[in-house]
Design a protein around this ligand. Structure first.
Ligand SMILES: Cc1cc2nc3c(=O)[nH]c(=O)nc-3n(C[C@H](O)[C@H](O)[C@H](O)COP(=O)(O)OP(=O)(O)OC[C@H]3O[C@@H](n4cnc5c(N)ncnc54)[C@H](O)[C@@H]3O)c2cc1C
Length: 416
């Protein structure tokens, strides 16, 4: 099936609505009925949210990209929590008029049986995990650890249903949700679905940046310029990898399936990778994303900040663009200017490409002066890649100059 922007909403609505529709006629009415419906609804949202965090290249293509899936994953997770929190409140409200004491026992963690405890534990895990997801200040590793509590809420929720004695066929939903969670953990986080590669070459094009060639040990990933992969590095002759999967944009795809990526030291793991050497084992997932896959015939402005040059380099290395392109490349200082000589050579070779390099010199770049004027921007596709703050500022300037949102495409080197 051809991907469409409706595929994701339709699948999500289906995942939530089908079990609810099946379950509805059997429910009691009133607060008790509402409580049961809210519980299943919450689980439906969790199920849909888990489907949106699967890192399968085909599914991501189908759903409009990993970034879009993650955005849906977060929103669905928040609604799941709202419904699941309302679930015990509605059940308690059912008892309130006739037996207030019993109503309180439905809510009080101190007066719960095993099923109640499991339900509360699932809710607490959801709450802690969501709190971390909404906190922008947490370090990435702390965020990941706390986010893992969300995963724990899935088996706890299932155990809650089993302890309640529910044998209804609707139990397939939490069971499937657990299956989806295990699939994601084993294939993506543990890496069983990743393809083995080896680092076959290392170059250092600028300060704190390495460019690596990854050679497939057997089958390679299917990729095109503009896409990114998730890579984890393991052991080599003298190098010990950090074993974590991180996203990196391809800078080149060779006909034999070898891939190149440029890695800038932006945190603990990427700093450690700067000392990598040929022979290190790597595992690759992907490829993901559709950056660069916009109408090829319209003239374009490409804006790259720092290592955000990666997708543009891949596009230029692959083939001469079929349209006029202005590439504006911003970097902090001459020592950070990776690939400039090669970009200059490519701009000379490809008549339609003009290259403008800008040294930011520590301060925030003056995008008002750097970006083309409104009349030059008319009818142009604008592709932006780099640090989130640069991308946001550039989007703002472009929109203020009348560039329609549909003509602005960006890749932020940051998603959770
Ligand atoms: C789509 C995409 C493409 C990218 N392409 C490149 C590239 O070509 N070259 C390059 O040098 N960098 C790229 N990055 C950024 C790179 O992934 C992070 O710099 C790297 O993961 C940092 O890891 P760390 O452990 O060194 O730093 P940390 O201190 O752990 O993280 C620094 C920041 O990087 C981000 N980050 C860390 N780990 C991940 C992860 N597993 N998934 C998503 N974000 C993470 C977080 O926002 C975090 O705040 C890309 C990021 C994304 C989302």
């Amino acid at each position: 099936m051809k991907p469409s922007r409706w595929t994701l909403p339709v699948v999500v609505v289906g995942l939530i609505a089908v079990p609810l529709w099946w379950a509805w006629p059997g429910f009691a009415v009133g607060w008790r009925g509402a409580g049961i419906v809210l519980g299943w609804l919450g689980y439906g949202f969790i199920f849909a949210s888990l489907v949106c965090m699967m890192r399968e290249p085909r599914l991501a293509r189908w759903f409009g990209g990993l970034e879009r899936m993650y955005a849906w994953h977060h929103v669905l997770g928040v609604w799941a929590y709202v419904f699941l929190l309302a679930h015990p409140l509605a059940l308690a409200a059912d008892w309130l008029p006739d037996a207030p004491d019993y109503a309180w026992s439905v809510l009080s963690p101190a007066r719960q049986d095993l099923a109640g405890w499991l339900g509360w534990a699932a809710l607490l895990c959801l709450m802690a995990g969501l709190g971390s997801a909404l906190s922008a200040r947490l370090s990435y590793s702390a965020w990941r650890w706390l986010h893992g509590l969300l995963a724990l809420s899935v088996p706890l929720g299932l155990a809650h249903l089993v302890a309640l004695g529910i044998t209804d066929w609707l139990l397939w939903m939490p069971v499937l949700a657990l299956g989806v969670l295990l699939w994601r953990v084993l294939r993506s986080d543990v890496g069983l679905g990743a393809l083995p590669h080896v680092v076959s070459a290392v170059s250092r094009p600028a300060r704190d940046i390495v460019e690596l060639t990854l050679k497939p040990m057997a089958r390679g990933v299917r990729a095109r310029p503009g896409q990114f992969i998730l890579v984890a590095f393991f052991e080599g002759p003298r190098f010990r990898g950090c074993h974590e999967y991180h996203p990196f944009t391809l800078t080149h795809i060779a006909p034999d399936g070898s891939l190149k990526i440029g890695i800038k030291a932006l945190g603990d793991c990427t700093r450690h990778i700067q000392s990598i050497e040929p022979g290190v084992a790597a595992r690759v997932q992907g490829a993901f994303g559709d950056f660069g896959a916009v109408e090829a015939d319209k003239p374009a402005v490409w804006l790259a900040g720092g290592i955000g040059i990666a997708p543009f380099l891949a596009l230029l290395r692959a083939s001469p663009p079929a349209r006029p392109v202005t590439l504006i490349y911003l970097y902090q200082s001459p020592a950070d200017a990776a690939f400039v000589a090669e970009l200059e050579a490519l701009a000379r070779q490809h008549a339609g490409v003009s290259l403008q390099t800008v040294v930011a010199d520590g301060g925030p770049p003056d995008l008002d002066a750097i970006l083309p004027a409104s009349e030059v921007l008319v009818g142009r596709e604008c592709l932006l890649c780099g640090p989130p703050a640069l991308v946001s500022a550039a989007v703002h300037v472009l929109q203020s100059r009348g560039v329609p949102a549909g003509c602005i495409h960006y890749e932020r080197f940051d998603f959770r």
